[in-house]
Design a protein around this ligand. Structure first.
Ligand SMILES: [Zn+2]
Length: 73
């Protein structure tokens, strides 16, 4: 079963949705999307300052959020 995260949940700026069977799969789809436009790149680059988390801490937290999500219907 796949799960879905939104661009915004991943630190982006829009409501695009990415789904996959694992967080890594969703991350890969999200990363390609983030790199496609400047506003998204800026949002991602500023994320560490906004959240106070380094990349590893952010990844760990997002993995937990992904795990806690319910499966797509
Ligand atoms: Zn987006």
């Amino acid at each position: 079963m796949s799960k879905t995260l939104t661009c915004r949940e991943l630190g982006g700026t829009c409501d695009a949705q990415f789904s996959g069977d694992s967080f890594m799969e969703v991350m890969q789809k999200g990363a390609a999307h983030m790199m496609s436009d400047e506003a998204h790149k800026e949002s991602i680059m500023g994320m560490e300052q906004r959240t106070g988390e380094n990349q590893q801490q952010w990844m760990d937290r997002m993995q937990k959020e992904f795990d806690a999500k319910s499966d797509d219907k």
